[in-house]
Write a protein that binds this ligand. Structure first.
Ligand SMILES: Nc1ncnc2c1ncn2[C@@H]1O[C@H](COP(=O)(O)OP(=O)(O)O)[C@@H](O)[C@H]1O
Ligand SMILES: [Mg+2]
Length: 395
């Protein structure tokens, strides 16, 4: 029992240590620019020492365990030899009997000693297994219901029906969100940071379920829909692009594994990235590095857009997708967005209001509520919050 408790502490501290290593290595740029190398090294040293101490305690416990069993084993042999010798002297036993007996005893002892070693390994494995079990027992918040409805390709409208939502029950994030998005329309969400724009997109892709009201797609409540058939219809491009460590080709065909070479180039062309790829010495086989570190922000973004073209989802969500780009790359990217949105249904969150002027409907969000809605011209003439945001940017 004590060995198991000790290994449990080892597992915990080695988890902490691995976290520390991963975090330090992935934020090495941050560490250097804030010159926190020493502090980071100190933190690591502390968790490393803690882990070493735990490991030593566990090993020490294990190490005392086997000498004890060995001692008992050999003590047994010694007693038998002593008792046997006594009996032989008194003519009760033959020498041969004692020799045979100790030989058999040796055969019996070897497995017992192995079992002792195994017990230690077993305790260690039990602890690991406990941790795996905890992970496996985690229940996803959002799953397809039994008898889920497989959604056909989006053809009519998305409806937010008095949706309320909060991540933490005591802090309401969205209140009474009510709007509809018809096929091939563009709806823009604007509003200050923290207003709840991204949260609306999280609900549409069903990363979370509304706490009040419902969202329907072609009349089907998202909670009733088959999750895969929902998410296949939606492509998200956001500010932070996630690229995988691999080739450009692998990143492009992610989620569309059997795309033809021609389709890949067509998507790259549409995303304004084909020329760039063609000029690379290794072309599509170029390694992008961990999280795409060898590419510029604009290049990464265009690869992400090409990936979305290839996925060919009917619904597109652009969440401040150009916010991290400089003006020139933004112009480049914007052109491919226009192509992407052309015959699709889009929900656009834009930090630059000039990009949402042509939206069919603009929703102005404040503190989780829609405070105004209409076209650009309507909202400008209303002289309300939208006009305020607009003037803030352009005058
Ligand atoms: N995963 C989360 N857990 C808890 N609170 C969150 C989470 N994501 C966002 N929030 C909170 O919800 C509010 C709305 O966030 P968000 O939808 O990201 O705003 P926006 O995209 O408009 O800037 C913010 O107050 C934010 O702190
Ligand atoms: Mg956001």
């Amino acid at each position: 029992r004590r060995i198991r408790a000790a290994y449990r502490r080892v597992r915990t501290s080695s988890g902490v240590m691995n976290n520390q290593i991963q975090q330090a290595l992935t934020s090495i740029g941050l560490i250097k620019s804030f010159t926190t190398e020493k502090a980071t090294a100190n933190t690591f040293e502390n968790v490393n020492e803690q882990n070493r101490d735990n490991q030593l305690t566990a090993t020490r416990l294990g190490a005392t365990f086997s000498p004890i069993t060995d001692f008992v084993n050999y003590l047994g042999t010694a007693i038998i030899l002593g008792f046997g010798a006594f009996q032989v002297m008194h003519g009760q036993f033959t020498v041969g009997l004692i020799v045979a007996y100790t030989a058999y005893l040796g055969i019996l002892q070897a497995p017992i000693r192995q079992v002792t070693g195994l017990i230690q390994q077993l305790q260690q494995a039990t602890v690991s297994f406990e941790r795996i079990e905890t992970l496996q027992a985690a229940v996803p918040r959002v799953v397809s219901p039994p008898n889920a409805i497989k959604l056909a390709r989006f053809h009519d409208r998305i409806q937010f029906d008095r949706v309320g939502f909060s991540y933490d029950p005591s802090v309401p994030v969205l209140k009474n969100i009510d709007f509809s998005l018809a096929k091939e329309q563009v709806i823009a969400l604007v509003g200050s940071s923290g207003a709840g724009k991204t949260t609306i997109t999280n609900l549409l892709d069903r990363f979370y379920d509304p706490t009040e009201g419902k969202i329907t797609l072609d009349g089907v409540d998202l909670r009733q829909a088959d999750l895969e058939s929902l998410r296949q219809q939606i492509a998200i491009v956001s500010q932070d692009v996630i690229l995988l460590d691999g080739t450009i080709k692998e990143n492009l065909e992610y989620g569309t594994p059997n795309a033809s070479e021609a389709a890949i180039w067509q998507a790259a062309e549409a995303a304004n990235i084909a020329t760039f790829i063609r000029e690379l010495p290794d072309g599509l086989a170029t390694q992008v590095g961990e999280r795409g570190i060898r590419l510029s922000g604009g290049q990464k973004q265009r690869i992400a857009i090409a990936r979305v073209f290839l996925k060919n989802a009917p619904i597109v969500i652009l969440d401040e997708a150009t916010a991290a780009l400089d003006n020139e790359s933004e112009r480049f990217v914007q052109a491919s967005f226009d192509r992407l949105m052309a015959d699709r249904t889009s929900l656009v969150i834009a930090h630059r209001l000039s990009t949402v002027r042509h939206a069919d409907n603009i929703l102005v969000l404040e503190h989780g509520e829609i405070v105004e809605s209409g076209t650009h011209d309507q909202l400008m003439s209303q002289n309300g919050r939208y006009k305020e945001l607009y003037d803030l940017q352009f005058t």
